[in-house]
Write a new protein. Structure first.
Length: 113
């Protein structure tokens, strides 16, 4: 059974940084493309970044140059380093296997002064 536990969210001022973590279990992590998504209030969930098993990364245009996705296969963990945060980055952030439609609780990120 797939389990994904996100952590690292919180309240941060504009321009600040956060690192989100997602510990995975229940599947062979190292061969899967992993992704971070987010959903802001009143908006649809969107793909933020993904990383393949070959470490190829893709980012939404809105976060390019500010966010970095990376993975540690020994720890079954995927990370999202978020720098230069903006109020519009405020959302619930979810990690998931790319293309999977079941969602966990996510972690709240709030960017506000």
């Amino acid at each position: 059974q797939v389990q994904l536990v996100e952590s690292g969210g919180g309240l941060v001022q504009p321009g600040g940084s956060l690192r989100l973590s997602c510990v995975a279990s229940g599947f062979i992590f190292s061969i899967k493309t992993m992704a971070w998504y987010r959903q802001a209030p009143g908006k649809e969930r969107e793909l933020v970044a993904r990383v393949t098993s070959d470490l190829i990364t893709n980012y939404a245009d809105s976060v390019k140059g500010r966010f970095t996705i990376f993975r540690h296969d020994v720890k079954n963990t995927v990370y999202l380093q978020m720098n230069s945060l903006r109020p519009e980055d405020t959302a619930v952030y979810y990690c998931n296997l790319f293309g999977r439609s079941d969602w966990g609780q996510g972690t709240q990120v709030t960017v506000s002064s």
